[in-house]
Every structure is written in C-alpha cells, then in structure tokens.
Design a binder for this molecule. Sequence first.
Ligand SMILES: [Zn+2]
Ligand SMILES: [Zn+2]
Length: 106
Amino acid sequence: MELNKCPTCGRIKYIATREAECFDCREKRYENELKQSIRDGKTTSTVFETQIYCPYCGEIYEADGEVAHEEGTHVVECMRCGKEFTVETSVRYFYDTTRKGEGDNG
Ligand SMILES: [Zn+2]
Ligand SMILES: [Zn+2]
C-alpha cells in the first residue's frame, strides 16, 4: 500500500498500486452498480453483503435492533418503495490473538 491520490475523490489515501481508486470510492462504485442492477431487474436478491439492499428498488435499508444484530430471518418494509422483503442476518465472529505475556511484565 502506498500513499496515492485517488482519481475519483482526489483525496490522498493508501491505495494498493494495482487499484486505481481508494477503498471508499470502490465501495461507492460497487454500491451504485448493485443498486442499478437491482433497479434494472438484473439482480433480484443479494447475498453476503455488508449492507441491506432492498431487492425491489435497491435502496439501502438502515437496520437496527434485532434485524441488525439477531441471527435469523426478518421481514422488513423498504422505506423507499414500501415493499416487504426478507433479511437473513448472519452474525460473523472475528478473532484476535496476542502472545501471552508479551507487552507486559510476564
Ligand atoms: Zn477515492
Ligand atoms: Zn425498496
């Protein structure tokens, strides 16, 4: 990773040399392409996304409470188009490890 100027947003960021845009811009681009694809009817469901996209209109559903945190299937109503769709929430676990005793007196 090197400090480079992102050609899209113009900000100086750490960008892997083979990638043209910064992470934020790539995220936004991906998001917009997915939304467009849903609106065009090419995509009717989304899998393994970090955001909840309405499968009818592509709008991002801002989840909170049990939809965001409780594992399982939830039915929600899109705030933009008013259609109901199901959200399958899966909670993922991440693990950090540290050598025991390092960094302190042990
Ligand atoms: Zn950028
Ligand atoms: Zn919608």
